[in-house]
Write a protein that binds this ligand. Structure first.
Ligand SMILES: Nc1nc2c(ncn2[C@@H]2O[C@H](COP(=O)(O)OP(=O)(O)OP(=O)(O)O)[C@@H](O)[C@H]2O)c(=O)[nH]1
Ligand SMILES: [Mg+2]
Ligand SMILES: [Zn+2]
Length: 360
């Protein structure tokens, strides 16, 4: 390996990439790793530091698939004169591993989450967010991308040791033998166990629903409050605190990527994965007057009635609504479909009216 690439080892560069890069890197180009992507601007880093870069016109012209554009964690070939404001990215080095999800919509199109990750930390809160089906689907996605999974169960301070034990048993009973670390960002219990798995030169990606404590944990690992976190409101409007992915380097040399909570998690079918935690609510929902009842204010809503009559706990209900709003239920394609249906309905109505077909 050349001395220039040796400098890159600290960022995860190794013989594998070296072999792949041989034909790609032209003289006058250098290698850098993508730290963040902001529309057409990228932040990259190499041994000399961080700098901004843009895609070369030829690369833009030749690249058709969304997944072939550089994402966080990618290695890219850059041409940069020291006086230039922006480096120019000419190529992306093949990916050793990747995390991707299905883009919203019916077409099978993927969106990159991050590239060249060593470990995916799949985060679930053991307080209401816990769901084995969803965990399994994350595991499928992670393994498919050749990334090593570790499961983190957060907020152990909010459940009894028995409840936590039962959740771990559920995971094992489902045949999942992945390492599980239980932790609380409040008491600090388990945080050192996470710290222990973080190795210099390796890259770790945090995945999981909004509000489970990903950014809070990363702040603890950094030892400084650099990521924004937010108090989860009772009803949780599904506004995400983390909106941007960025590669962060820890003092010990490990690299981390925070992620916005997954709203429309592509590998899930609509509503799948929520079933076992909220079977009682689905049972009630089947008795609502309207089949598309949102259980928020509709007349004849069996869920709201059960709550008024004291047969359904308000906190359980609120968690259902919160998770549902965050889940693929309310992803773009779903909203789009619904709005289109509504718009079409209005159109039909207006046509009927014009034709004098509406009954008084
Ligand atoms: N009780 C308790 N609260 C926690 C714990 N970890 C995080 N929280 C709280 O949960 C809320 C959400 O935490 P975040 O770190 O913003 O969650 P996130 O996973 O980054 O959420 P997004 O950025 O929206 O994906 C904050 O109010 C945290 O203080 C924990 O272990 N126990
Ligand atoms: Mg966050
Ligand atoms: Zn209802």
């Amino acid at each position: 390996m050349s001395s220039a690439s040796e400098q890159l080892n600290q960022f995860g560069w190794d013989e594998w990439f070296e072999a792949k890069a041989r034909e790609k890197v032209l003289s006058g180009h250098r290698l850098a790793r993508v730290v963040a992507v902001d529309r057409d601007q990228l932040l990259v880093m190499d041994g000399a530091g961080e700098f901004r870069a843009k895609l070369a016109g030829r690369f833009l012209y030749l690249t058709e698939e969304a997944i072939d554009f550089p994402c966080v964690g990618d290695w890219v070939c850059i041409q940069s004169a020291s006086s230039d404001m922006f480096g120019i990215i000419h190529d992306v080095i093949p990916r050793k591993s990747f995390l991707r999800r299905k883009a919203a919509g019916d077409a099978i199109e993927y969106q990159m989450i991050a590239a060249n990750m060593d470990v995916a930390l799949i985060v679930q809160s053991c307080h209401f967010d816990f769901n084995v089906n969803r965990l399994e689907r994350y595991l499928v996605m992670v393994r498919e991308g050749h990334v090593h999974p570790v499961v983190l169960l957060t907020k152990t301070d909010l459940v009894s040791p028995d409840a936590l034990q039962q959740q771990i048993e559920k995971i094992r009973n489902a045949g999942i033998d992945t390492e599980v670390i239980a932790l609380s960002n409040v008491t600090g219990e388990g945080v050192d166990d996470v710290r222990e798995i973080l190795q210099s030169g390796k890259t770790y990606c945090f995945l999981g629903s909004s509000g489970v404590g990903k950014s809070t944990l990363i702040n603890q690992l950094i030892g400084r409050h650099i990521l924004e976190t937010k108090v989860v409101s009772g009803t949780g409007e599904g506004r995400h605190t983390t909106v941007r992915r960025e590669l962060i380097m820890l003092n010990n040399g490990a690299m981390l990527i925070d992620n916005p909570g997954m709203r429309e998690f592509g590998i899930l079918g609509a509503g799948e994965g929520m079933g076992d935690s909220f079977a009682d609510i689905y049972e009630l929902a089947s008795k609502c007057k309207y089949s598309d009842c949102s259980h928020s204010n509709e007349p004849g809503c069996a869920v709201l009635r059960a709550m008024e009559e004291g047969n359904l706990h308000r906190v359980h209900y609120q968690n259902f609504i919160k998770l549902r709003n965050e889940s693929e239920f309310h992803d773009l394609s779903y909203l789009e479909k619904r709005n289109k249906d509504k718009a079409f309905g209005r159109y039909i109505k207006s046509v009927k009216k014009d034709l004098g077909m509406t009954r008084k």
